[in-house]
Design a protein around this ligand. Structure first.
Ligand SMILES: Cc1cc2nc3c(=O)[nH]c(=O)nc-3n(C[C@H](O)[C@H](O)[C@H](O)COP(=O)(O)OP(=O)(O)OC[C@H]3O[C@@H](n4cnc5c(N)ncnc54)[C@H](O)[C@@H]3O)c2cc1C
Length: 302
């Protein structure tokens, strides 16, 4: 049972939705409703109006790089299942396909929408780590403005505003991968809730002379905020992709996490009844090693 009364609107275009959001400070965007309705039922929030985006055209599309001039564009109302089963995503954005496919169960993936990335005040979100390493950009619209921000800025904005962002996420864009690149998402899930205990997303690019040109690693779930491990990226540059160097990178991932900061906020390693901070810290290294090994395999020219 829903303990409060609220109005409902299903506008047919983005401008009308943005106007409603602007005019009603207590309004909330309704995507699939999984997180939102749970929050209403448990009394965490009491919105006066739900603005359902389902009738707005183009928000539920995946536009392929061939159609957009090189960008993979995922609409805010696209389901996780659409992303996980897209052949383009599976072929060229493996980390994204793997993270989308790891979310919840088939019902959650069939109904949950990409725009729900806004919901994550607890930040145990699989997709934000992938957005960081694949250098996604977020397209936001409000009544007065439209803007594009990077994944790093999106996370900082979320931390600063407690994710109360009075804007509509219209799409998330991913740049085309270069030819000798690979990505992977490795994760450890809570067996009951399915939420991520530790998730590691990796993107690697190899140069023509077979050394690492770029190595981007991000962690989610294990830390208070998802973050990119920048020190590791610098230290891996120019290194040969050998098992020894991968093991070194995994150790570095563990070391660099202890000094990392996001948006000037101290970072803590999460501890709960299921997994201690020491265990999560250890898993950061284990999962980095696995993800790097798999991502590097994709860089091999057949
Ligand atoms: C059983 C269960 C298991 C789960 N497991 C995982 C997991 O393993 N990994 C994981 O990452 N998540 C997990 N989740 C979370 C899941 O991803 C979300 O609950 C679900 O996808 C919510 O999506 P939704 O489309 O239903 O969003 P809604 O509930 O409709 O919206 C959630 C919030 O996002 C805002 N919002 C949604 N779309 C937009 C938009 N386009 N613009 C602006 N604001 C928007 C809404 O206003 C609301 O505040 C799990 C959830 C459940 C219930």
């Amino acid at each position: 049972m829903l303990p409060i009364k609220f109005d409902y609107a299903a506008p047919e275009n983005l401008a009308a939705a943005a106007k409603l959001l602007h005019e009603n400070q207590q309004a909330r965007i309704l995507a699939g409703g999984h997180s939102l309705l749970t929050a209403i039922k448990s009394g965490l929030i009491s919105p006066s109006l739900l603005i359902d985006l389902k009738k707005i055209p183009n928000l539920q599309d995946i536009k392929l790089p061939q159609e957009t001039g090189g960008i993979l564009q995922i609409g805010g109302m696209t389901t996780y299942d659409q992303v996980a089963t897209s052949s383009e995503v599976q072929k060229n954005y493996q980390a994204l396909a793997e993270a989308a496919n790891s979310i919840g169960d088939p019902q959650i993936r069939n109904w949950g929408r990409m725009g729900d990335i806004f919901a994550y005040r607890d930040l145990a979100c699989d997709l934000l780590a992938v957005a960081l390493v694949l250098e996604a950009t977020f397209h936001l619209t409000s009544a007065n403005n439209s803007r594009v921000i990077t994944a790093d800025d999106f996370i900082s904005l979320g931390i600063q505003t407690q994710w109360q962002i009075p804007e509509i996420l219209t799409s998330i864009d991913f740049p085309a991968p270069i030819s000798r690149s690979g990505s992977a998402y490795e994760f450890l899930k809570h067996p009951a809730s399915g939420y991520v205990i530790c998730g590691i997303a990796v993107l690697v690019e190899l140069s023509a002379n077979d050394v690492v040109d770029k190595c981007s690693v991000a962690v989610t779930g294990a830390t208070s905020y998802p973050l990119r491990l920048s020190q590791l990226a610098h230290r891996m540059q120019g290194k040969a992709p050998t098992p020894k160097n991968i093991a070194t990178a995994a150790n570095l991932a563990r070391e660099s996490i202890t000094t990392a900061q996001v948006s000037n906020q101290e970072l803590t390693i999460v501890a709960d009844r299921y997994a201690s901070s020491e265990y999560r810290h250890h898993m950061i290294g284990v999962l980095t090693q696995r993800a790097l090994t798999r991502a590097l395999k994709q860089t091999q020219i057949p």
